[in-house]
Ligand binder design. Structure first.
Ligand code: SAH
Length: 242
């Protein structure tokens, strides 16, 4: 589904075009690691359709189209656009795919996926972050993302199996229930490693006979996957609200 864009090219559109050029340049310079010197054109088209400035706090709006991660409050971040593009590309999704994301955060990765697939399910452990992402999807008219507050360690069994699963927080190992909820032939993309230590963006592919093969793609730096954290109640709006 597409997000409405005004007919006059806005400065956001120009900045987004520049950001996409930077993503393409970084794809070329990391090709030795990733094996991909160019991303699928559908991935770049999806990035182009999602207004990243709508996904960052007011204080970060000027930086929304820089190819960098930005703070979104609660100690969390919106991922670097190149990494969002890479993870989306690595999932190799078909248009009728159903995808699970763990770590909704700002909702940006989910919104990019939602341009390319039938349905996105996204689990977020911090209720206030989930609430903001939901409100943002409603405001932008994105209807094919469902968000749930919970610990993504357990996946979302009611909607399994998934064609692809993307985890946007770094975990020491792949949560086994996510592997169970992946379709044979499907891919799971996850940063593996401990916080503040080396993490490797990893693609796990499940074969038709349910064997899992892992490939490390690129060293990355993600916020930690919080396992067993008790779900905190929704707080009042913070000063740095979006
Ligand atoms: N995909 C996001 C990036 C989010 S940062 C974006 O595009 O903006 C990682 C997010 O994962 C944070 O919001 C964090 O609260 C969430 N998270 C960490 N551990 C989690 C868990 N066990 N289950 C669900 N969400 C988790």
């Amino acid at each position: 589904m597409a997000i409405k864009t005004p007919s006059e090219p806005s400065s956001e559109e120009a900045r987004c075009a520049e950001m996409i050029a930077q993503i393409e340049a970084e794809a070329r310079s990391t090709a030795d690691y990733t094996g991909r010197s160019r991303f699928d054109s559908r991935v770049l088209a999806a990035i182009k359709r999602v207004p990243r400035h709508e996904f960052v706090p007011a204080s970060e709006k000027d930086m929304a189209y820089l190819n960098i991660a930005l703070p979104i409050g609660h100690g969390q971040t919106i991922s670097q656009p190149y990494i969002v593009a890479l993870m989306t590309d690595l999932l190799a999704l078909e248009p009728d795919a159903v995808v699970l994301e763990i770590g909704t955060g700002s909702g940006y990765q989910a919104a990019v996926l939602a341009q390319m697939v039938r349905q996105v399910y996204s689990v977020e452990i911090i209720p206030a972050i989930a609430a903001k992402a939901k409100a943002r999807f409603t405001r932008l008219g994105i209807t094919n993302i469902e968000v749930r507050v919970g610990d993504g360690y357990y996946g979302w069994p009611e909607h399994a199996p998934f064609d692809g699963i993307v985890v946007t927080a770094a975990a020491p190992q792949i949560p086994p229930l996510l592997v169970e909820q992946l379709k044979p032939g499907g891919r799971l993309v996850i940063p593996l490693g401990r916080p503040l230590d080396r993490q490797d963006l990893t693609v796990a592919e499940k074969s038709e006979d349910n064997q899992l093969s892992l490939r490390s793609v690129l060293p990355v730096a993600f916020v930690p996957f919080q396992q067993g954290r008790s779900i905190e109640p929704v707080e009042h709006e913070e000063e740095n609200s979006w």
